[in-house]
Design a binder for this molecule. Sequence first.
Ligand SMILES: Nc1ncnc2c1ncn2[C@@H]1O[C@H](COP(=O)(O)OP(=O)(O)O)[C@@H](O)[C@H]1O
Ligand SMILES: Nc1ccn([C@H]2C[C@H](O)[C@@H](COP(=O)(O)OP(=O)(O)O)O2)c(=O)n1
Length: 232
Amino acid sequence: MESAAPSAVTVAIDGPSGTGKSSTSKAVAAKLGLRYLDTGAQYRAITWWMITNGIDTDDPQAIALAAGKPAIVSGTDPSAPTITVDGQDASGPIRTQEVTSKVSAVSAVPEVRALITDLQRSIAAEAAEAGGIVVEGRDIGTTVLPDADLKIFLTASAEARAARRSGELRGKEAADLAATKEALVKRDAADSGRKTSPLAKAGDAVEVDTTELTLDQVIECVVTLVEERRSK
Ligand SMILES: Nc1ncnc2c1ncn2[C@@H]1O[C@H](COP(=O)(O)OP(=O)(O)O)[C@@H](O)[C@H]1O
Ligand SMILES: Nc1ccn([C@H]2C[C@H](O)[C@@H](COP(=O)(O)OP(=O)(O)O)O2)c(=O)n1
């Protein structure tokens, strides 16, 4: 007897910066034939648009008024994810230090979250028709997709996360380890402390501490969890 195609699965992966969400989610999606959505890239894209259009990122009202203007489109192929703003490739500009330093303020504005959350839900619903998706961010398991089939919350010590991040920055915008750690802890605090859907572990999420794990071990662990979920 031929085995049936695996059922569609929606996976939510949340956690603070540098825990391995993007690398893990992309690899798991590629291995299992799922789509992939980086929700942080969407918040970065809207932040980049605000900066380039002269919107004061310290003014929540100005941000709320402008939030509906940019058209943000995410490509969900895990081997080549894309992000455009008004048709323009934004994958490079959204990774600058300037965007990183302002994204928490912009993403805390409720009007921004409402628009981006709607966009994320429609992408996930469309992907569910095509096998499923891994969606990574801060509030996916708690707010965006509370009915996800599997929820993972990645953690790691601030030291490990800063070391991973400063490894990425070396040679580009050289930041020392202490400064990287300080910026990262500050962003975590802002993301966890905001009123509207803060960074938080969902009650039914599986927590995976990646501090002492290699990336391959984390990927293997999540693949196993998805397969277990699918076989139920
Ligand atoms: N378990 C791990 N061990 C070592 N390095 C890792 C691990 N997971 C991720 N990394 C590296 O850490 C950096 C940040 O990972 P990333 O997936 O972007 O994290 P996040 O999306 O949670 O911010 C990347 O350079 C990635 O290769
Ligand atoms: N679901 C999400 C995803 C990201 N955000 C916000 C908060 C984060 O600090 C920024 C950037 O997220 P991103 O995942 O790109 O951050 P890092 O990869 O950890 O540097 O976006 C959010 O508020 N909700």
